[in-house]
Design a protein around this ligand. Sequence first.
Ligand SMILES: Cc1cc2nc3c(=O)[nH]c(=O)nc-3n(C[C@H](O)[C@H](O)[C@H](O)COP(=O)(O)OP(=O)(O)OC[C@H]3O[C@@H](n4cnc5c(N)ncnc54)[C@H](O)[C@@H]3O)c2cc1C
Length: 397
Amino acid sequence: MNPTFKIDVAIIGGGIAGLWLLARLRKRGYSALLIESDRLGAGQTLAAQGIIHGGAKYGLRGYAGPTADAVAGMPALWRRCLNGEDEIDLRGAALLADHQYLWATRAPTSRLVAFFASKLMRGHVEKLAEGGMDAGDYPPVLRHPDFHGAVYRLDEPILDVATVLNVLAGRSQDAIVRNQGPAILKADGNLTLHHPERMQWVVRPSVTVLTAGAGNAGLPWATLQLRPLHMVMARGVNLPGPLYAHCVGTGDVPRLTVTSHYDASGRLIWYLGGGLAEEGVRRDRREQIRAARRELQALLPWVDWNPVEFAAFTIQRAEAHQHRGGRPATTGVFRDGRVIAAWPTKLALAPLLAEQIEAMLPTLGVTPHPVDLRPLAEWPRPGIGAYPWDREDLEWS
Ligand SMILES: Cc1cc2nc3c(=O)[nH]c(=O)nc-3n(C[C@H](O)[C@H](O)[C@H](O)COP(=O)(O)OP(=O)(O)OC[C@H]3O[C@@H](n4cnc5c(N)ncnc54)[C@H](O)[C@@H]3O)c2cc1C
């Protein structure tokens, strides 16, 4: 007979949502086991730009909607965690930047001004002194005499996402297993784990939480939507230093969002999302790279973009289904009996998602029971996945 393992909560999927939930449940005394079929963060999490949104960019629609409210407290919460001052201790994880910028190429529209006036009062946004090259607070690339836009500093830190995964996984190594292939959830609520050389194990959780991103597909009671993005990366000695900024145009989505990272060889990478990535799903790889070059040339014409190399890839954002495929306002959490399916919608919202799921457990009669995880000591453990700029299958040109 297959060995059986009883546990309070089984978590399927080791992106930010599953790892944060695991940390929170263990902290509260629940026995929890996270099951990953690939590598940790291999879905969307390591492809994220790492921005801990404080809600500023949602105001581009001209109102402070529910998304803005849900995310407003996240920068402060993440900072407390990074300083070891909150329940989830993320000391050891790194920020790439403490804040980011928002820049408008021309005088901001009245809608933008009205929005920022309200934000300035809430302390999330600070308008920086104008003056081109003399504007010492501007990000270095915008300190140029030919730059004539407005620059705002947003209270939005940028995470080095892999370091966060490392800290979360490192603290819960004993409770994370790699399963050969997808975990099979049976009608009786049991899960079967497949070991490469050994017998199958049966896990009997009181509750199962599916945090598998796009892997949560096919549930009739929790439908997901996939929103594609065509992300672009740039590298080369001509890149004018790191930049963390949204460039706003007239639309709801920033025209371009730039974050900066370092690849395994220490080379600076500009990671380009925003409107470029959303509209870019209609372009093939070559067209998308051409569009990225055009956009950078138009926005930062004083940089010589010719020697810069580019790569592009498509990826799907997995979220709870919305009417007409719109953007979810906040997290998506659904339950069918003792199975919960959840999407954080944003990396930044993983703490909120974990709180929501934990609050459901007592209502399902689940109370914390410690479990000895040593029987699983020999089980394979998943490593951390690769950042897009370290992927070997992408062509740079
Ligand atoms: C290009 C891009 C940029 C983004 N930028 C930001 C940003 O700057 N800020 C922000 O807040 N959010 C951002 N997001 C959104 C954010 O990345 C996601 O909301 C978040 O990472 C989702 O985390 P997750 O854990 O739910 O899913 P995922 O990260 O997709 O993790 C799911 C995990 O489940 C595993 N899995 C799948 N199927 C199974 C199975 N059957 N059994 C076991 N394991 C399974 C996968 O291997 C994977 O490890 C971005 C998203 C994208 C795509």
